[in-house]
Design a protein. Structure first.
Length: 352
């Protein structure tokens, strides 16, 4: 075999350089890197070619390979605010790593929630001939489908299309609400309340699932124990004071399901101020498993996690399957389970 220093290559090594170093034809090298070597080349020859490629630092030209396959091995990911948000970076990582495992790169554009920028981003990605596009939102909602998204394989993540025209991968929010209720019910809690939320999809679905689980046990939540205070720490604090301050222990809830972890942080703060022990006197369940927060509250918060990473992975797999088969996926909605992250804020219902 010729030595690498004998090759007259400049810049990036080529497949012809690999062929010279391995002592084989250029066609043989093409067979190895185009997946056609089996049945055409002996295992020993294939190994010799791979060793030569490794010695030269050769990698197949993705542009040339894309032209042959009529693909670029790049998918676009357009987001509203995810790239600048601490909440959903796991969605990006899930999509990127899944794409990488399938020899695709992800080109990400964050629009900042500007519809005009979204349309321009999609147009730019189409001009660059990406193989498909994922559109992802920071929070679960119905979205206007950006112009041009129907011109390629497209999948939505953590959002639903207003016109139901594209496949979507979202959290199973109603099932997550049922899970939160079961965390309290299984510990013997029967006086339970809900704090937080608005009129968005996630709020409505989580509360609906919560009521489902309680109804199955013959429990009805009093109207005044469903406190709508938004999604911030201050709302959780004020909502908890309304339910707990000055109320006798036998007439107040022993368990509270919070719309998200920020609300739960406010509830924990109020409980501390009122001298109510968590979880001895009151159990608290959060939602989202917010990074850098839920695990560091006092006590650490039991939370129902949003499956951000799983959504990114599932959306990328769905898109890559469509790219591979050339078939547009059905415009259906896939709901992913929201797993429980158990910590110290939930305990048995107090006996008094």
């Amino acid at each position: 075999m010729a030595r690498a220093e004998d090759q007259h290559t400049t810049g990036r090594p080529t497949s012809r350089d690999v062929a010279r170093l391995a002592g084989v034809s250029h066609t043989a090298v093409s067979f190895v890197f185009n997946g056609r070597a089996e049945g055409n080349l002996s295992p020993a020859t294939q190994e010799r070619i791979r060793q030569a490629a490794a010695q030269l630092g050769y990698r197949p030209d993705p542009v040339a390979r894309g032209l042959r396959r009529r693909r670029t091995a790049v998918i676009g990911l357009v987001t509203d605010e995810i790239a600048s948000s601490p909440f959903a970076g796991r969605l990006l990582r899930g999509a990127m790593e899944t794409a990488w495992d399938h020899e695709h790169l992800v080109l990400t554009v964050d629009s900042g929630g500007d519809p005009a920028k979204e349309d321009a981003a999609v147009a730019e990605l189409l001009d660059r001939r990406v193989d498909g596009i994922i559109y992802a939102a920071m929070s679960l909602r119905r979205v206007r489908v950006p112009e041009g998204l129907h011109r390629t394989h497209s999948v939505l993540a953590n959002c639903l299309p207003e016109d139901d025209s594209l496949p979507a991968v979202i959290p199973a929010e109603r099932a997550g609400g049922r899970t939160a209720a079961r965390l309290l019910l299984d510990q013997g809690h029967r006086r339970v309340a809900h704090i937080g939320g608005m009129d968005d999809i996630a709020s409505v679905e989580r509360l609906r699932g919560f009521r489902d689980a309680l109804r199955a046990e013959g429990i009805t939540v009093p109207k005044e124990w469903v406190v709508r205070v938004g999604g911030e720490i201050s709302g959780g604090y004020q909502g908890a004071l309304r339910l707990l301050d000055g109320v006798a222990p036998d007439r107040r809830p022993t368990g509270i399901f919070c719309f998200n972890d920020r609300v739960a942080a406010g509830v924990l703060h109020a409980a501390t101020r009122l001298g109510i022990a968590v979880p001895g006197d009151l159990s608290v369940v959060g939602y989202d498993d917010q990074e850098h927060m839920a695990a560091f509250l006092a006590p650490p918060l039991t939370s129902v996690a949003l499956p951000h990473r799983a959504m990114g992975e599932a959306a990328a797999r769905l898109l890559l399957d469509a790219i591979g088969t050339g078939r547009t996926p059905a415009a259906t909605t896939r709901r992913l389970a929201c797993p429980v992250v158990s910590r110290a804020s939930v305990g048995p219902a107090p006996t008094r």
